[in-house]
Design a protein around this ligand. Structure first.
Ligand SMILES: Nc1ncnc2c1ncn2[C@@H]1O[C@H](COP(=O)(O)OP(=O)(O)OP(=O)(O)O)[C@@H](O)[C@H]1O
Ligand SMILES: [Mg+2]
Length: 290
């Protein structure tokens, strides 16, 4: 290489250095964090959408969550099983801001500390939660319920004037198909079967385009046919959303699971494929029985 070319190379290198210094002087990283929060985007640089580390919660001295650490990858469908009282619902209460832990770290993506946010903020950040009992508006139609879900985060005045735009109507159609209810669009929600009400509530969550969905015992009380269709529904959501599913129905878990986490006494007892955890002596002892 000639001295000329070397000098030019050195100059380019210095310019590049100066440019990168300008970016960081102007708060490049901090600015990009702020932008991520504003856009509702999630920083997934560490490959994890949800991260819990050494979380503890006591109720009147009883350790309901006791050193719980767990993380979930973007697009993953994670199944959570474990005996009654293991802390599964309490874990969801912590993620959604309903219960404050005594200690530990809970992050959404790499940068959002969920412990600094309250329940409505966490919902707006993109975490949707489905409780066991369906909570749809029984006197409204399927369509009206889905439409209402679009308004949830608006004020009263804005809600009264609200009309879905073209994009939102397309989204509503798409969700109707996803939840297997296009032919029931004009039916009153109160006349739907238990399973259909559950799907409608999941549809209402989907209208808000959550990044992470938490589902607590979603197939309890469903017929076998409804349970199978729910399995298909969850498998279709995987990849587009991240899901955390708590269930006691093992045939349902077998149908949908990749990684299964077993909770017991407020901490992770075992984790792996369903076959792996079902063969684990400790899991058989506390949960599955002999
Ligand atoms: N608000 C509360 N006050 C007192 N104790 C609580 C509270 N919430 C949960 N607990 C207790 O914490 C423990 C864990 O309860 P949790 O509901 O999380 O269990 P779970 O794994 O969801 O069980 P299940 O499979 O029966 O739904 C239980 O012993 C429960 O009684
Ligand atoms: Mg529970």
């Amino acid at each position: 290489m000639t001295p000329d070319l070397m000098a030019q190379g050195a100059e380019r290198y210095q310019k590049a250095l100066a440019k990168s210094a300008r970016v960081s002087d102007s708060g490049g990283r901090a600015a990009s964090y702020a932008r991520l929060h504003q856009a509702g985007d999630l920083d997934l640089a560490h490959g994890r959408i949800l991260y819990l580390e050494d979380v503890h919660v006591s109720f009147d001295g009883f350790k309901a969550i006791n050193g719980l650490s767990l993380d979930i990858a973007p697009g993953e469908l994670r199944c959570i099983i474990g005996p009654n009282g293991a802390g599964k619902t309490t874990m969801m209460d912590i993620i959604t801001g309903k219960t404050r832990p005594d200690a530990g770290r809970v992050f959404f993506g790499s940068t959002i500390n969920l412990l600094r946010h309250n329940e409505p903020e966490i919902a707006q950040l993109g975490i949707g939660r489905k409780f066991q009992k369906p909570t749809v508006f029984e006197h409204l139609t399927v369509y009206e319920n889905l439409e209402l879900a679009l308004k949830t985060h608006k004020g009263v005045a804005a809600s009264m004037l609200f009309r879905p735009d073209g994009g939102q109507r397309d989204r509503l159609e798409e969700v109707l198909h996803t939840i297997h209810l296009p032919s029931a669009v004009l039916r009153q929600a109160g006349n739907l079967s238990h399973g259909q009400k559950q799907w409608l509530e999941i549809g209402m969550l989907l209208m808000q385009e959550p990044k992470l969905l938490l589902l607590d015992e979603p197939v309890a009380g469903m017929t076998d046919h409804e349970t199978e269709r729910t399995a298909e529904l969850f498998l279709s959501l995987k990849g587009k959303h991240s899901l955390m599913v708590v269930e006691h129905d093992m045939s349902f878990i077998r149908r949908i699971s990749d990684i299964v986490t077993v909770l017991c006494d407020g901490a992770v007892l075992a984790q792996g494929s369903l076959d792996q955890v079902q063969a684990d002596e400790r899991v058989i002892e506390v949960y599955l029985g002999r």
